[in-house]
Design a protein around this ligand. Structure first.
Ligand SMILES: Cc1cc2nc3c(=O)[nH]c(=O)nc-3n(C[C@H](O)[C@H](O)[C@H](O)COP(=O)(O)OP(=O)(O)OC[C@H]3O[C@@H](n4cnc5c(N)ncnc54)[C@H](O)[C@@H]3O)c2cc1C
Length: 378
């Protein structure tokens, strides 16, 4: 069934909470519905949204907004991999919760990322050392130009960092994701090598242990506060207690501490991409930082295999003094400067964009680096 409304309020359909309307809004709940839509006839431009969690609407939308309510999760095959087909309209975290409940490994590290399954395959969402491409087998789409159903095996999706073939300018908007087949596993495969995740998960695993042996070693856990001691349990024993549900629980806790809850304070998550610069450029930045903070100061960075250096945009934004600063209804989130928030809940798009421009200008002035938004401006 297709539901069409005109001058639809989109405030609750974008996590930034921009108070905008769409001239035409069409919501469909089955793959077959797409065949009935006359794409040539739709008011232009046409935009397919998911949960609106990576979008910044800068104005009312003059064309047609489409939204999928294709909601199913179905196990197709149980072998060494468990193949699961999931409709594009399923909330991605509902899928993660389902997988955890089923004891299926693969998406637990991606827990609590806002948005829907269709967009996850477009965005190649990632968190805690995992990208969704690692578990995608096939992406099923409707080609709005040829008006036919097509499928992309994962190798054909050209996945990169938050990037895919579906975002290429020449095909942008052409393919509507209808459902995605994921390859999950019943064999434990925890991926804990990101930041302090292993420590946090191990601490939770210890607290779940049914073996109340007294502590004989004094491994201090950095996240436990107060210097908690872990019992003399082997890492192997702790690993054997891990479940996707436990890792999911830990990740949700960490994310809630770090990121604004969209229902409480609007945002689209990380607003800017982390820039990649030359090693010489990085050396200049580090020399300036050492001159300011002392010779032991280390600028956070990540050396890339090709000799280039990735520098966290959050560090630069903080260095420019933006962390926690307000500008009208907009603000830079005080716990994570990479996130711009709709602080008052009534921010105008112009206020978000104005803050974005001022941040870009000050990072350019201080570091000679051009920041680029991760968030899609509509
Ligand atoms: C608080 C917060 C934290 C976040 N943390 C993370 C994180 O850790 N990692 C991460 O990767 N991202 C993160 N994000 C960004 C966001 O959650 C992802 O980009 C997500 O995939 C967007 O999904 P969505 O359904 O909201 O898509 P939208 O924002 O609605 O759309 C995103 C893009 O996908 C396209 N699209 C949507 N549905 C379809 C479809 N069915 N077919 C074809 N194209 C479609 C849209 O046209 C648009 O180009 C975060 C966002 C917020 C608000």
């Amino acid at each position: 069934m297709i539901n069409t409304t005109y001058y639809q309020d989109l405030t609750k359909m974008n996590t930034f909470g921009m108070k905008v309307k769409a001239r035409c809004f069409m919501e469909y709940d089955s793959v077959a519905d797409l065949v009935d839509i006359e794409f040539e006839e739709l008011a232009r431009p046409v935009l397919h949204i998911g949960g609106g969690s990576n979008l910044l609407f800068t104005d009312d939308f003059k064309g047609t907004v489409l939204h999928s309510k294709i909601n199913f999760i179905e196990i197709l095959e149980e072998g060494s991999d468990v193949l699961v087909s999931v409709g594009s309209g399923v909330v991605f975290d509902d899928f993660c919760a389902w997988a955890a409940k089923e004891g299926l490994w693969g998406v637990e590290n991606l827990s609590y990322i806002p948005g829907e399954v269709g967009a996850s395959a477009v965005q190649n969402i990632g968190a805690y050392g995992v990208e969704v491409k690692d578990v995608i087998r096939t992406v099923y789409c409707y080609d709005t130009v040829e008006e036919e159903f097509v499928k992309f095996d994962v190798e054909e999706c050209e996945y990169g960092y938050r990037d895919s073939v579906f975002k290429a300018p020449e095909v942008k908007g052409r393919y509507i994701v209808t459902h995605v087949v994921f390859a999950l596993s019943r064999t434990p495969q925890p991926r804990l090598d990101y930041g302090h995740l292993r420590d946090a998960v191990m601490a939770s695993s210890v607290s779940l242990s049914s073996d109340p042996r007294p502590a004989t070693s004094s491994l201090t856990h950095p996240l436990a506060g107060g210097g908690m001691s872990l019992p003399s349990d082997t890492e192997e024993a702790m690993m054997s207690r891990l479940t996707p549900a436990l890792i999911r629980k830990v990740i949700i806790k960490i994310r809630k501490e770090k990121l604004p809850e969209p229902s409480v304070m609007g945002s689209a998550g990380s607003f800017f991409k982390n820039p990649v610069i030359t090693a010489e450029h990085f050396a200049r930045i580090e020399a300036a930082a050492k001159a300011e903070y002392g010779p032991d100061y280390k600028v956070p960075h990540y050396d890339l295999p090709d000799g280039m250096v990735k520098v966290p945009a959050a560090w630069m934004i903080e260095q420019c003094g933006w962390k926690g600063r307000r500008s009208g209804g907009a603000a830079v989130y005080d716990k994570q400067p990479l996130v711009i928030v709709n602080y008052t809940g009534d921010a105008y798009p112009e206020e978000i964009v104005g803050l974005e421009r001022r941040i870009i200008a000050s990072v350019k002035a201080k570091f000679d680096i051009d920041l680029h938004p991760e968030v899609e401006h509509i």
